[in-house]
Design a protein around this ligand. Structure first.
Ligand SMILES: Cc1cc2nc3c(=O)[nH]c(=O)nc-3n(C[C@H](O)[C@H](O)[C@H](O)COP(=O)(O)OP(=O)(O)OC[C@H]3O[C@@H](n4cnc5c(N)ncnc54)[C@H](O)[C@@H]3O)c2cc1C
Length: 241
């Protein structure tokens, strides 16, 4: 999109109708997965720094830099269906067709499935789970995946790995050995068990969940140091299992 096309799109999006919230729905959205109209309300540039970020996507033939982009991801092998990447939305169905058909190239798009907001089901882990992912009130029942209070593919799989290791140790009557806090696995467990239950929300893994570094250092060096330390600790932990 050129600047003009982007601004027109944002203006149209800002004035489009959303599905009203039902009485039982809360307006709290997961920050990593906000509806585009909510991002649009936050400012004119928000989408351009989010799902419509043009960085690294210059025009493949002309080399021209775009002001904003919409990414299409193939949904089937024949590439006859595509989804609009990052375009979560609660706009009404007729509004989605009207607004998205103004995207250059999508004027004649047929919509196979329109967007709707999904609910993420999770338990209040800090209240209910211990560090081995067992229900505090029912030892031997392990939770894994998104239900345990993490968000994302890798994170959900990671909790599955830990729940599996712990369940096998439980059956073998071996002690539980939680992963060190300065590893990604341990940082997620700490998030699940150490957060204030009143404000608990699922989280992707990120360095903010790790304990602070002992030494002060430049910001750009921190990631590498944390990663090295985490890999070392992970190996030590693995040896103990
Ligand atoms: C639109 C969307 C986009 C996303 N994009 C990303 C992304 O780009 N990157 C990322 O990392 N994460 C993304 N996520 C999050 C990611 O999909 C989830 O965090 C992850 O899939 C959770 O894995 P899970 O195995 O815990 O749960 P799920 O994948 O939800 O699996 C649970 C399974 O249990 C089944 N089930 C439910 N109830 C029952 C029952 N009673 N009996 C039997 N089976 C049952 C369900 O059908 C489902 O197959 C996205 C999620 C959505 C909805």
């Amino acid at each position: 999109m050129s600047e003009e096309q982007y601004l027109d799109f944002i203006a149209l999006l800002g004035s489009a109708k959303s599905v009203p919230l039902k009485s039982f729905e809360k307006t709290k959205y997961f920050e990593g997965c906000l509806p585009i109209e909510v991002m649009c309300e936050r400012g004119q540039e928000t989408l351009r720094f989010g799902p419509m970020k043009p960085v690294g996507l210059d025009h493949p033939e002309t080399g021209e830099k775009a002001h904003a982009v919409v990414q299409l991801r193939a949904e089937n092998r024949d590439k006859t269906m595509y989804n609009l990447v990052g375009f979560q939305t609660k706009l009404t169905y007729p509004e989605q067709k009207r607004v998205f058909r103004t995207i250059p190239g999508l004027e004649k798009a047929e919509f196979v499935r329109l967007g709707s907001i999904h609910r993420n089901t999770f338990i209040c882990a800090p209240e209910l789970l211990d560090a081995s992912l067992q229900m505090k009130k029912r030892p031997g029942l392990f939770l894994a995946g998104q239900l345990s209070g993490v968000e994302g593919y890798v994170e959900s799989t990671a909790m599955g790995l830990l729940a599996g290791i712990n369940a096998s140790r439980f059956l073998a009557e071996k002690p539980m050995i939680p992963p060190p806090a300065a590893t990604a696995l341990g940082a997620l467990i700490n998030h699940l068990t150490g957060t204030d239950p009143k404000h608990f929300q699922p989280s992707n893994v990120n360095f903010g969940l790790f304990p602070p570094l002992e030494k002060k250092m430049r910001k750009r060096d921190r990631g590498g140091v944390r990663a090295e330390q985490a890999l070392r600790l992970l190996e030590e932990w693995r040896q103990k299992l």
